[in-house]
Design a protein around this ligand. Sequence first.
Ligand code: NAP
Ligand code: GCO
Length: 266
Amino acid sequence: MDYLNQFSLEGKVALVTGASYGIGFAIASAYAKAGATIVFNDINQDLVNKGLANYEELGIKAHGYVCDVTNEEQVTALIAQIEKEVGVIDILVNNAGIIKRIPMCEMTAAEFRQVIDVDLNAPFIMSKAVIPSMIKKGHGKIINICSMMSELGRETVSAYAAAKGGLKMLTKNICSEYGKYNIQCNGIGPGYIATPQTAPLRETQPDGSRHPFDQFIIAKTPQERWGNPEDLSGPAVFLASDASNFVNGHILYVDGGILAYIGKQP
Ligand code: NAP
Ligand code: GCO
């Protein structure tokens, strides 16, 4: 058997949410290079257009749609439109996410709910929308983008950690409930990745020094660097391909070793 063929995504339709840029864009671009047809959504047409241009720059003909992943009506309409215009979704990556860095006692309930809505409720809504067709088709791959905060806490990210911890368990539950239909649901837990979401944590200080949090992450990472979105491409292709057909309910941490390491002695 040519084992490399197991990693091919030829003939597959992959939907990556929130993939105009950042981690989602890197994953969707890797899927296209592995042969998949790429579908992505973002929250407004301007971002979708920017995303389409970004894919075109790489020679990728993507299908972009406007959809707020927290809105169940929009999601139901999106899946029906994709199935009509592109095809049944074989691979869903729940990537869209937000973070609010606010000390818990200063965070309003509305702010907490907003993070839970995008980072946890939306993956539930999206997964519920694609599973029926995956069952009919006899297979499916759902990949949830979790986080270090699926395992660890830190100051100011209470809502995000609660959501990503919940997303880890939603991943295990989809595996438990739908594994019998040959649906594999796994998570990817990125470490600290250089994207717009973490830009505030990496800003160069007025005196030209590195941001204290930047230095902290370097000291906590055995590989002594931030991750790049492209570091997630290979693991994401693996979990979307036939190479992982008996991997289910697993969270694959792609973190340069952070979770294994107590941190460099100051
Ligand atoms: P990002 O740069 O902020 O991109 C997030 C994407 O999600 C954006 O395209 C955003 O669109 C979209 N989005 C947000 N809310 C949405 C909604 N309601 N409906 C549709 N799209 C929506 O974030 P990232 O760093 O690439 O992170 C992507 C995922 O990885 C997130 O789930 C994040 O929690 C997770 N993650 C990130 C890191 C990291 O260090 N960067 C590490 C671990 C996990 P807008 O521009 O319109 O907001
Ligand atoms: C933060 C960061 C992290 C990363 C990521 C780590 O403020 O601590 O934004 O939450 O985004 O989730 O895996």
